[in-house]
Design a protein around this ligand. Structure first.
Ligand code: 5GP
Ligand code: ZN
Length: 113
C-alpha cells in the first residue's frame, strides 16, 4: 500500500534489520527498542489493524511471532516474552499496518501503561 511505512519495509524500499521471514510475515527489529529484545512481526498483506484480519491470518501472525520468539531463545520456561498488539490510536498504535511487538530480555510489569 502506498505511503505505508511497513509496506515499504516489506518491499525493501526502507532498510530494516530482518530477523525472520515466512510465507505470510516479516519480522524485523524495532527502531526504538523498549526491551533488550524488541522486534515487530508484520503480515505481508496490508491491513490497518487486527480487526481487518481474518481469524486464520491473525492466528498465523501470532504463530509466526511465537516461533520467532522461541528461535531467539525467549523460552516461557525461563524469562519468557510479551506480545503486544496495539489496535487503534487510543491503544497506542502509531503505524497503521497491523504488527505484533515481541518483547523480551527483561522482566515486565502488569498492568501495562
Ligand atoms: P505501534 O506504536 O504502532 O504499536 O508500534 C510502532 C513501532 O514501530 C514503534 O515501536 C516504533 O519504534 C517502530 N517504528 C517506527 N518507525 C520505524 C522504522 O522506520 N523502522 C523500524 N524498524 N521500526 C519503526
Ligand atoms: Zn502496509
Amino acid at each position: 500500500m502506498a505511503d505505508c511505512l511497513f509496506c515499504s519495509i516489506i518491499a525493501g524500499q526502507i532498510p530494516a534489520e530482518i530477523i525472520a521471514r515466512t510465507q505470510s510475515s516479516l519480522a524485523f527489529k524495532d527502531i526504538d527498542p523498549k526491551a533488550p529484545v524488541h522486534f515487530l512481526v508484520v503480515p505481508l498483506e496490508h491491513s490497518e489493524n487486527l480487526t481487518q484480519m481474518s481469524a486464520q491470518a491473525a492466528g498465523q501472525l501470532i504463530s509466526d511471532a511465537t516461533q520467532a520468539a522461541k528461535d531467539l531463545g525467549l523460552d516461557p520456561a525461563e524469562q519468557g516474552f510479551r506480545l503486544v498488539l496495539n489496535s487503534g490510536a487510543g491503544a497506542g498504535q502509531t503505524v497503521f499496518h497491523t504488527h505484533v511487538h515481541v518483547l523480551g530480555g527483561r522482566d515486565f510489569l502488569w498492568p501495562p501503561g
